[in-house]
Write a protein that binds this ligand. Structure first.
Ligand SMILES: C[S@@+](CC[C@H](N)C(=O)[O-])C[C@H]1O[C@@H](n2cnc3c(N)ncnc32)[C@H](O)[C@@H]1O
Length: 293
């Protein structure tokens, strides 16, 4: 199978269906019922928005709401891809589509979403979106990528402006079936790699769920959290290929010793054989969090 592992657009496309299945229905219901009485336009800011996943997912679910979305993404080509993807989404469903230079509109009968695309970093959120107007900040598969300090600063800003918070698919851990003795060591290295020094500091990585809950509690928010799990069954070869590739690529950067490298190679060979024979299962644990004042 040929997969272009270096193209984030196709990766986000591939993971979309798994995310849809994993998103926790009870957390989603909390969000929808919280905003049900909201009669004016709902202002939603999506951070680390990638190719517009959250708009595709929530546009239909937010039943009677006029929506104003601000998509914040630091990688500009993804916002370009988001426009194209949302246009396809509109065409497929027969929605009206009106495109201007800095925003687009998606219209389904009486319901309209205005979507703005903003290239920038979550650190500068207050200059990228109007937090005074924002009702909710959403993010999918994002917070493992930023640091505890970045998250702390973000939550302070949200709390100051009374913005609700929904974060889905917060990474927690990965398990493989059948078990192998080396799994624990491989995952320890993989999670260490998530916490390698980066220009912005150390990402929360696999600790993001715990650290986010601590910080949201510190800011006195009311929190709901539930699990959102990917179950990549035997034969889910595309996603399994991606996961093995991400692990292999990450561990190469760790400067393993020769013996450690041998252990990794042995493990990878076994897992790739199992993938090929369709006997591999991978569980990826995440959680979804909804928090309000
Ligand atoms: C795993 S992707 C998820 C994308 C999208 N939410 C989805 O579910 O398809 C994480 C995204 O966050 C973006 N990102 C990472 N760090 C960021 C930051 N500090 N500020 C803004 N975007 C960031 C990445 O470029 C990437 O598109």
């Amino acid at each position: 199978m040929h997969l272009d592992y270096n193209n984030p657009i196709t990766w986000l496309e591939h993971r979309y269906d798994c995310d849809v299945q994993a998103r926790n229905a009870s957390i989603e219901e909390k969000l929808l019922s919280f905003f049900k009485p909201h009669e004016s336009v709902l202002h939603i800011t999506d951070v680390g928005s990638g190719t517009g996943t959250n708009v595709c997912y929530y546009f239909d679910k937010l039943l009677n709401h006029q929506q104003e979305w601000t998509l914040i993404e630091r990688h500009d080509p993804l916002l370009q891809a988001a426009r194209e993807r949302l246009k396809k989404f509109a065409d497929k469903r027969g929605y009206l589509w009106d495109e201007q230079s800095d925003q687009v509109q998606l219209v389904d009968n009486d319901k309209r979403a205005t979507i703005r695309f903003v290239t920038g970093d979550v650190n500068h959120i207050e200059t990228l979106t109007d937090l005074e107007k924002a009702d909710v900040l959403v993010a999918n598969a994002f917070f493992d990528l930023i640091s505890f300090d970045q998250f702390d600063a973000l939550v302070k800003k949200l709390a100051q402006h009374n913005v609700a918070f929904l974060s889905t698919l917060n990474y927690y851990e990965t398990s493989f079936y059948p078990f192998l003795e080396e799994d624990h060591q491989i995952m320890r290295w993989y999670h260490m790699h998530m916490k390698r020094p980066q220009p912005f500091g150390i990402a929360m990585g696999a600790d993001c769920c715990e650290e986010m809950l601590d910080l949201l509690t510190k800011h006195h928010l009311m929190i709901e959290q539930e699990s959102s799990q990917w179950h990549l069954k035997r034969g889910s070869t595309t996603m399994q290929h991606y996961i093995l590739h991400f692990i292999e690529n990450a561990l190469v950067e760790l400067n393993l010793t020769t013996d450690e490298q041998k252990l990794l190679n042995r493990w990878l060979n076994t897992r790739k054989e199992q993938l090929h024979d369709r006997t591999l299962e991978i569980i990826v644990d995440h959680n979804d969090i909804f928090a309000t004042e």
